[in-house]
Write a protein that binds this ligand. Sequence first.
Ligand SMILES: CC(C)(COP(=O)(O)OP(=O)(O)OC[C@H]1O[C@@H](n2cnc3c(N)ncnc32)[C@H](O)[C@@H]1OP(=O)(O)O)[C@@H](O)C(=O)NCCC(=O)NCCS
Length: 182
Amino acid sequence: MVRDSGATVAEQIEIRRLSPPELREQLDALAAVLHDCVAGGASVSYMEPFSHQEALTAFEGFAAEAEQGRRLILAAFADGELVGTVQVILALPPNQPHRGEIAKLLVHRSARGRGVARLLMERAEAEARAEGKTLLVLDAVTGGDAARLYDRLGWTTVGVIPNYALYPDGRPCDTTYFWKAL
Ligand SMILES: CC(C)(COP(=O)(O)OP(=O)(O)OC[C@H]1O[C@@H](n2cnc3c(N)ncnc32)[C@H](O)[C@@H]1OP(=O)(O)O)[C@@H](O)C(=O)NCCC(=O)NCCS
């Protein structure tokens, strides 16, 4: 059973903000989650064919930014195994110091439907607030699993942009923009 307020559930799901050394240790596991999500058809920037090595390269870039304080990366562990992740982009133009962006909310297909993404998002919002952010924005495939989650978590829909991005197999998808004041 998921407890709303905590980062731990009965199934031993723990949310952690990854420090630079921990990020390096977990790069392969983070890449595995991204690779699984793209293999499952998620529209999260990448196209098929998408290899584990390409996923690793992507997370090496995110880790480098995290080390510079430009983004933060959270991970969800189920019984000690990394099953999900989310990022908060902190480095935005000088006239938007109060704003952050949520990116790459990813949960391995084997761990879905247990509230992992909800826990990740709640913690991402708390971490963003602790960094002095008062406004977050994000975008998601219109009508998808993530968009439903953002609705449930109190995010406000801005609108839909048709044909904004592609699924990994090349089909176009609409995108919905959301915002939330912290
Ligand atoms: C979107 C995504 C992150 C959701 O991850 P998740 O961990 O499965 O999310 P949750 O478990 O919090 O919620 C998923 C569903 O499980 C339900 N759920 C949560 N905890 C539950 C529990 N303990 N028992 C039963 N159902 C539960 C939720 O109500 C939700 O139901 P819905 O599908 O009817 O809306 C995941 O599907 C994913 O990684 N997709 C691919 C990548 C992607 O698209 N990312 C978003 C980029 S914007």
